[in-house]
Write a protein that binds this ligand. Structure first.
Ligand code: PRX
Length: 635
């Protein structure tokens, strides 16, 4: 069908116009022609952003794993579905065909059932990037259990918070994981977390690093023997369109992460359709997204989107720097990667290493390059374009969020002319709006404002697990009848969008979305700390790094400050994870506060960024005198 695969700019505009004029027809045609349903929908869309409530394909019945696996078996059973590239470059890559994937997902699903997991139960998956991670998520979807994948770099406290918030009955983990030359004791982290998680009945443990771990009697079981004994057929659960498929946590402006809930049918249709177009995936292409399945990018564009299109999707266990900074390019050459999707922070780190490690490898298989997770700066864009794409492979700078489920603003390769640092045009079905601070929509071009979306799209998160009010307050209250993204953006003279960054208390560090509140909560746990405030400042490789302002209690005053800094970062590592460590910690006597007691982060941000010539209005502060003191001692 023509709508499904956009090939040139006029076609994009045509499809886009249709998607806005007749959204229901538009999505209905795509859903009808490209997916397998047990029963079609009664109603394509109903929505009310005031409640907020959004339903797509209501009345339809389906199973997403049938769309991602079973339906490919007849024509493509022997095609590689998942190509697993291990951490160790000398270890053999594993090709898992669609037929094998079907068997392994069914076996895993039967194991889940045998352990009492049923439709609607929550299962926490805390695994490294090994095939079991993709298989476990699909096994949950097979039986209608709701998976909650937690990135395996999160600490035990962060893991426990997420397990308890969604009341998970089971945790799936491994004895440990490889990360470059290091190993990580994942099972130990799970054991620590579970001290505080009474809801968990069973822990299934995959063997990866063959380490000696302790298994708790009655709770922990090795996965492999269970799989070996499980039947390799498992009837898919018949799911309703709006049944939750998964929960994925993202940072928010309070200490509690937000469990974004994604539905089944809309998520499937949107991730599949975007995957096909944004990467221009063609039969027999080899597609590689370097993200971790612990993030939304991995859910949508390693697992569900590619598999729904019968694609070959690469899963990489390792890191870009091991055994050296040529690893990504070695893999591109080895597997003849056609589409390569990564984050600006990785591009910046690799660009620093010089071109010898790029030029050693044959990258001529590449057709499309992708970028995601944070704004890509001009220098990184050109390095990527010149040295990796050799100016032949368009860069798709894809803007989206955990909450949006799929790519929202992006070029369509070979159709949309690219422009460095611009995510360019809205994907069909997406209706962006830029708002001024008074809540008025800016209709003209060449404006900047707060980025909202004014019409529902199929893969939008439906709620925050257990807290619909927070969902409403966070996304639908800032601007009437619009979804507010939390990002600022500008629109140029031809209507291209450039995302300028967060306008709230979320900071993106190395492409990871970090809320300041949970990090501040962790810092405040230190016995010598009275109060803290964290802001971001620009960093060459990470995009942003974290700057902490810390007020010490009397007991802290006499302590060695460098030791205190180490201890504070240690606490952050334990409570949030190593990605949230502070690059700079300034001890201060006070923090600038408004009369209502709110910390004026704007001022702290400017000082951290060394932009002190214009601090703006400080007259409303309760304690304006601290500002000079903070500036004098800035790091
Ligand atoms: O600020 C935007 C930034 O990442 C945020 C979403 O983070 P997360 O939910 O972790 O999802 C990341 C992967 C989809 C956004 O609000 N962001 C994401 N992609 C881009 C981006 N900023 C600029 N350009 C992008 N391409």
């Amino acid at each position: 069908m023509s709508n499904y695969h956009i090939k040139h700019l006029e076609e994009y505009y045509q499809v886009y116009r249709k998607s806005v004029r007749e959204p229901e027809n538009f999505w209905q045609e795509i859903a009808e022609e490209h997916f397998v349903w047990y029963k079609k929908w009664d109603n394509v869309l109903s929505w009310d952003f005031a409640k907020p409530e959004v339903k797509w394909f209501e009345g339809a019945k389906l199973n997403i794993t049938v769309n991602c696996i079973d339906r490919h078996l007849i024509a493509n059973g022997d095609k590689t579905a998942i190509l697993f590239e291990p951490n160790d470059p000398k270890a053999k890559a594993e090709h898992i065909t669609y037929r094998q994937l079907h068997q392994r997902v069914c076996q895993f699903a039967n194991v889940l059932k045998s352990k009492g997991i049923a439709k609607g139960d929550r299962v926490c998956i805390y695994l490294p990037m090994i095939p079991e991670l993709a298989i476990a998520t699909l096994a949950c979807a097979r039986i209608g259990a709701i998976h909650s994948v937690v990135f395996a770099g999160f600490s035990s406290t962060a893991l426990a918070t997420r397990i308890n918030d969604s009341d998970c009955k089971m945790v799936i983990t491994s004895d440990g994981s490889y990360r470059g030359a290091k190993t990580i004791d994942l099972k130990g982290i799970v054991d620590d977390a579970l001290e505080d998680c009474p809801c968990v009945e069973t822990v299934l443990v995959a063997k990866r690093i063959q380490s000696d771990i302790s298994m708790k009697e009655g709770r922990d079981e090795w996965l492999q023997p269970l799989l070996d004994n499980a039947d390799n057929n498992c009837k898919p659960e018949v799911m309703s369109a709006e049944d939750p498929l998964f929960i994925l946590y993202t940072s928010g402006s309070t200490g509690m992460p937000k469990g974004m809930v994604h539905s089944t049918a809309g998520y499937m249709v949107y991730t599949a359709y975007t995957f096909k177009n944004v990467f221009q995936y063609k039969e027999n292409d080899i597609y590689w997204c370097t993200a971790d399945i612990g993030w939304i990018t991995g859910h949508s564009y390693i697992v569900y989107g590619p598999l729904a299109n019968g694609a070959t999707t690469v899963m990489f266990e390792g890191v870009p720097s091991y055994p050296d900074f040529g690893r990504f390019w070695e893999i591109v050459e080895k597997h003849k990667i056609n589409q390569f999707y990564t984050a600006p922070t990785a591009i910046r780190a690799l660009a620093k290493e010089g071109l010898e490690l790029v030029d050693k490898y044959d990258l001529s298989s590449l057709k499309v390059l992708g970028s995601v997770g944070e704004p890509i700066n001009e220098e990184a864009w050109h390095w990527y374009n010149d040295n990796i794409g050799k100016k032949q492979s368009p860069i798709v700078d894809t803007w989206w969020q955990t909450e949006t489920g799929g790519i929202m603003i992006t070029p369509i390769p070979f159709a949309t002319p690219t422009k460095p640092t611009y995510a360019t045009l809205p994907f069909p079905g997406i209706q962006p709006a830029l708002m001024d601070e008074d809540g008025k929509e800016l209709k003209e071009n060449q404006v900047s404002g707060r980025l909202c979306i004014k019409f529902p799209w199929p893969s939008m998160a439906r709620t925050i697990w257990g807290n619909h009010q927070r969902y409403k307050d966070t996304y639908f209250s800032a601007f009437e009848n619009k979804y507010f993204t939390g990002d600022g953006a500008l629109r140029d003279e031809v209507g291209y969008y450039r995302i300028t960054g967060r306008v709230d208390d979320v900071i993106i560090v190395s492409g990871h979305n970090l809320g300041t509140a949970p990090i501040e909560d962790a810092v405040n746990e230190h016995p010598a700390v009275a109060e803290s405030a964290i802001v971001g400042f620009p960093h060459d490789i990470k995009g942003n790094a974290l700057y902490g302002y810390v007020i010490l209690k009397e007991v802290g005053e006499t302590r060695d400050h460098n030791n205190l800094r180490k201890e504070i970062n240690q606490i952050i590592t334990e409570h949030v994870g190593p990605i949230a460590k502070l690059d700079k910690i300034q001890f201060t006597k006070g923090l600038p506060k408004t009369r209502s007691g709110k910390i004026m982060r704007r001022i702290l941000r400017k000082i951290a960024c060394n932009e002190t010539s214009n601090l703006g209005d400080t007259s409303t502060l309760l304690n304006p005198e601290v500002v000079q003191d903070i500036m004098d001692n800035a790091l």
